[in-house]
Ligand binder design. Sequence first.
Ligand code: ZN
Ligand code: ZN
Length: 832
Amino acid sequence: MTRDEYREAFDAIERKWQSRWDTDRAFEAPRIPTGDHFYCLEMLPYPSGRLHMGHVRNYSIGDAVARFQKMRGREVLHPMGWDSFGLPAENAAIKHGTPPAKWTNENIAAMGAQLKRLGLSYDWTREIAAHRPDYYRWNQWFFLKMFERGLAYRSRRWVNWCGSCQTVLANEQVENGRCWRCASVVGRTELDQWFLKITAYASELDAELDTMTGWPERVRVMQRNWIGKSEGAQVRFAIVDDASRATGADLEIFTTRLDTIFGATFCVVAPRHPVLAGIPAGAEARARLDAFLRRIDARDVTRSGMEPEEKEGIDTGLRVRNPYNGEILAVWTANFVLMEYGTGAIMAVPAHDERDFEFAHKYGLPVRTVVEAARPLPTKGGATIEDGVLVASGPYDGLDSAAARTAMLRDGEGKGFARPIVRYRLLDWGISRQRYWGTPIPIIYCERHGAVPVPESDLPVVLPEDIPLTGQGGSPLAQVKSFVETTCPVCGGPGRRETDTMDTFVDSSWYFFRYCDPRNARAPFDPGVVGAWVPIDLYVGGITHATLHLIYCRFFAKVLRDLGLVSFDEPVKNLLCQGMVLKGGTAMSKSKGNVVEPDDMVSRYGADTTRLFTLFAAPPEKDLEWNEKGVEGCFRFLERVWRLLIPRASDLARVPPPGEEDGAGDARHARLRRRVHQTIDRVTGDIERRLHLNTPVAALMELLNETQDFCRDASDADRPYLKEAGLTLALLLQPFAPHISEELWTSLGGQGSAVRQAWPTASPRWLQEEQVEIPVQVNGRLRARLLVAPSISETEALSRAQEDARVSAHLQGRAIRKTIYLPGKLLNIVVG
Ligand SMILES: [Zn+2]
Ligand SMILES: [Zn+2]
């Protein structure tokens, strides 16, 4: 067969088996599993219009595991759907005038066809799409449930604002001060926003990371940092007047370094700190402060919790007293202290904090060292930030930092001006977006009743289709009179609907529950069904979601648990973050011109080859370098499988496979059988225990080589062994190249489809190494013959010989001077 003929043959079998799986409904999962089960999930794609290689890799990994688990006898749930709300649909509408719904539905159809062409084992009867009312009505329902419990609330806040996307961004969506989506510099603005109270679960979200051993360590570290737990103290500084008398007002500061409080030389409050409101209008300090606030507001402020490029501040004129040493300190305000964290106020200790040092240096403020060490401590930007021993700290001199923190906190608590406190960097999740293509927030505003939730029976609040989109101004829904104008559910008077939509990360926070019960019209899902399938056994997706989606979905699971809908704490047992697909060392992108199109690959090589390459070229969690030669190599491997076995298949189909003991008497037969069973053992262990998918492919390539060698001088007596090798290869290929696996299985006389067969098990009989007899000599005279594996080491051979009575009799009381060992052939022990 020519190369083109192979290509056509592959194409034909791919179509054939895809339609067979369809008619057989091979991948439909039961509503409730009755036995051992496995929920295999890949992150659902945004329907941008076409798959990229990153998708192909993600789904090939999930598919390999799903098929393997199915053959291991588990009932497998392996669904797919669409994260179909979001900005690109809206932008396409603005640019081309296509309604977002039309654009989205067309993209889903196109990408669905691409997925089907790859032969992925999805249960398509469970397909969901976030933009359909039967899905997003449950976003609204969850919102109402959270609203009832105070977990969804409205608040006027300074928010991150992307001027180019015309929308608010969550902190998680600001990367290095820029919009995660369009990379514009993010600004700040004040808006009424809806928030989900994720901070209510901060402590649990943090603590449980310790037990989540099925998650990659780096993801857990990223989440831990994101949640940002810190244990410290809250200390009350009295505000004093010009004569240093207490005014009765206080400033509360939060610190994790109470041991350095004698080194505090000033305090800093956030520009929006309420204490500043106390500065009277007309005062000179007021005018200077207002000018400063205008200046920093005009500038692009970076994300909360991130350092502004230039630290700026002014002395507010306020003065406070340090309760530990009575010292009077100036209160500054500066752009690097944020209201959202801690108390919005800090004590500045320039000697022991890098940021404070930089600020003190800029404005010529005093620096006082209060922590020292026997050896010089490393410094960072001029500050000594490590723990040490206290100096210039009154009664605490000589204590080490940790002991000082304990003692100072105890004393401060005793005197009533300090208390221990745990803080988190995590902020509540702002979900309001001034965009059209998202879930409407189910709230109606009434003049008399304020923000009133839409009654459950009125859900869904349907997103109107076909509305004018300009990309200008605020929420597009605000322009749609028929949507906005409604009646108040409480009084029946005029009401106005909320016109912001939900952050699309709400959609993806619970979709995997919906897959379990996707057509439920009365509830988001039946708790009994979800309880039977979830937690997810394996979740595959990109590391880019480590802090966004993967924290939100944990939060949702906890809320759902507290609503009594699920009974577990964590939704995902094992997480695999696959590496990127690179070409020429960088991520594929249109601008770099290094994009490899999945459709193009499938057309040129077939789905099996494309999938096989993405699995073989790198371990799942490592980056994969796209390499045409490697793809070619995978194609040739499948071509060789075909050439070796398909022409012999009808002949082999009539031969029974060998019995357990058959072949032992013939070295060639025994050797092939050992290789077959060793390969089963290796492939099984690599997938099941280590989730390695590249090494099994290598093992299959070796088995093919071995089988090919075996065929070189084949006779009729060889046929059962060749058949065993062929059937094994067919089944072991199923997770990696499922179409050729099916074709091979059927051609060799296998019954039913390969994916429905039991995964082969290695026979212990054939896992044993072949044994050979080696003569053992003592000083050149034959004393015994030992039966050993040919690969046995010299040390092992000698110890086996010493255990043998016939040999040990001649070693009694004599020192071994040396041994001569020819592996698998001879052992000679020379004694003195
Ligand atoms: Zn943007
Ligand atoms: Zn009302």
